[in-house]
Design a protein around this ligand. Structure first.
Ligand SMILES: Nc1ncnc2c1ncn2[C@@H]1O[C@H](COP(=O)(O)OP(=O)(O)O)[C@@H](O)[C@H]1O
Ligand SMILES: [Mg+2]
Length: 131
């Protein structure tokens, strides 16, 4: 998968003004490579990840995931893109305590409409989770 950010600016409301968390940031992560974003607390790492993961829409700039211009997508389309192409490990785990690790992964196929408790679709969902 590839990730490409261009001229991304993100601001937050800050009293009467705006706080600029990301100021025209660019990032190019080609397929098969790994990138780490490091910096002191408050430097914008979480903001960058939230924007790259399409969870937060920037004020300005392009976010391209696997060749898909995410700026043109609806909320539902972005959710679909996240389900199908992005894996996000949050600082807070956001896991469902009553499910096993395997079941948490299997659940994503159901959310995406590719599940099915029995039969071929259910078996495929389990196989993908195991992988
Ligand atoms: N939801 C928010 N509302 C207002 N300001 C925020 C919000 N989230 C982050 N900030 C501010 O944006 C800047 C970058 O924060 P953040 O992306 O969380 O940095 P990091 O993950 O590197 O610690 C900080 O100044 C932080 O206080
Ligand atoms: Mg952070």
């Amino acid at each position: 998968m590839t990730l490409f950010l261009e001229e991304v600016t993100l601001t937050y409301a800050d009293g009467a003004g705006r706080l600029t968390a990301l100021d025209s940031v660019g990032l190019d992560v080609p397929a098969g490579t790994m990138a780490a974003v490091i910096g002191p607390s408050g430097s914008g790492k979480s903001s960058l990840l939230a924007v790259a993961a399409t969870l937060v829409t920037p004020d300005r700039g392009r976010v391209v995931v696997d060749g898909v211009e995410t700026g043109a997508l609806s909320r539902a389309e972005k959710a679909e893109l996240r389900r199908q192409r992005l894996g996000i490990v949050f600082q807070q785990p956001n896991l469902l305590a009553s499910l096993t690790a395997l079941e948490q992964l299997e659940l994503m196929a159901h959310v995406d409409g590719r599940g099915g408790r029995r039969g071929r679709r259910g078996a495929q969902a389990r196989e993908r989770a195991r992988e």
